[in-house]
Design a protein around this ligand. Structure first.
Ligand SMILES: C[S@@+](CC[C@H](N)C(=O)[O-])C[C@H]1O[C@@H](n2cnc3c(N)ncnc32)[C@H](O)[C@@H]1O
Length: 323
């Protein structure tokens, strides 16, 4: 039995204790502390038990509490939960967890660079479209490759480790870009951006600064994001790409949200399109491409269904394939 699971413990308490140990410990001291204390806080657990199963996860609950003023310590979290529960509950029910990580572009660049330029970028699961703007960021790879947009150093500077066996990254030439998302985020919508910001954990200040700067670029560039299901909307949007650019359909951290039949339909659809397909997803998310040996938390990057690299989920590293 897992030593973290205490005999007879309430299932919600167990979930929070595991979240503290397995997810938060190395990232956020505040969320580790909150999750550990929630696990033995009867009145707070009673409130969480009122929520539907899918709405009890710590990152959503903690973000909602911070949205309503919870601050730097457990007392402030507890006070907000107990004194403002109707508002916190409403936020939890009305909103969802969401991310958009511009740094994932650093893992795409080596593989975009291998394709004939210019590119027509089509991202499925684009959120606010931050990964559709790879040519607007600066990159500092640790092999010494430094890339900047034509206009000079970007407000978003991405630092990434690159294994020597990985193809050389280059700044892509983007002729056209568009995305699809079930819930597109408009970078000009202050409320939506503030919620996205609140979902970044305390302790991830570098991510927060990058998110704010990238949203500023998205507000200026306004990448087109079509609202819809990625399987349904893909063929029509792909047909709008200019024929004199290389179509690249790509996705990062998206397909895990689809059930197995939908993933299969997406794979069949994307393979029917002209151009290329880059997937950057948890290992095992696309069955038949790669059998993960053990869960090291890295993503598998595949081009046209062929495994090419293992990548840090937040864009911090591109590793050569290893088993
Ligand atoms: C974890 S976010 C990743 C966003 C972005 N790709 C990135 O790497 O930063 C997953 C996104 O996929 C979208 N999504 C999930 N299922 C979808 C579907 N069936 N069709 C379109 N978008 C979907 C969600 O709305 C969300 O914006």
């Amino acid at each position: 039995m897992d030593p973290a699971i205490h005999l007879g413990e309430h299932p919600i308490a167990e979930g929070y204790r595991l979240f503290a140990e397995r997810e938060a410990r190395h990232i956020s001291a505040l969320y580790t502390d909150w999750a550990e204390q929630v696990a033995s806080d009867g009145p707070v657990l009673d409130l969480l038990a009122q929520l539907p199963q899918g709405k009890r996860q710590p990152n959503l609950v903690f973000a909602a509490a911070r949205w309503h003023g919870a601050g730097e310590n457990y007392d402030s979290f507890r006070t907000v939960m107990l004194q403002h529960w109707p508002q916190v509950r409403q936020t939890i029910l009305a909103r969802a967890t969401q991310t958009n990580e511009a740094a994932r572009c650093a893992t795409l660049l080596p593989f975009l660079a291998e394709l004939p330029q210019p590119l027509a970028l089509l991202e499925v699961g684009a959120a606010a479209g931050l990964c559709l703007l790879p040519d607007h960021y600066s990159y500092r790879y640790d092999d010494g490759t430094h890339l900047d947009p034509a206009a000079g150093t970007s407000p978003v500077v991405i630092q990434t480790h690159l294994d020597p066996q990985v193809p050389a990254p280059a700044m892509p030439q983007v002729a056209w870009r568009a995305g699809i998302d079930l819930n597109p985020i408009d970078a000009a919508d202050e409320d939506a951006c503030a919620w996205l910001d609140t979902l970044v954990w305390p302790g991830q200040e570098e991510r927060r600064a990058r998110l704010r700067a990238a949203l500023g670029i998205a507000r200026r560039e306004r990448p087109r994001i079509v609202a819809g299901d990625l399987v349904e909307a893909l063929p029509d949007l792909a047909a709008q790409a200019p024929s004199d650019a290389t179509l690249v359909v790509f996705h990062t951290a998206v397909l895990a949200y689809l059930d197995a039949p939908s993933r299969g339909r997406f794979t069949a659809t994307v393979q029917d399109l002209p151009g290329h397909w880059i997937s950057n997803e948890g290992q095992g998310v696309l069955p038949g491409i790669w059998e993960p040996v053990h869960d090291d938390g890295l993503f598998l990057l595949a081009v046209d269904g062929a495994p090419r690299a293992l990548t840090n989920p937040h864009g911090k590293a591109v590793h050569a394939l290893r088993r």
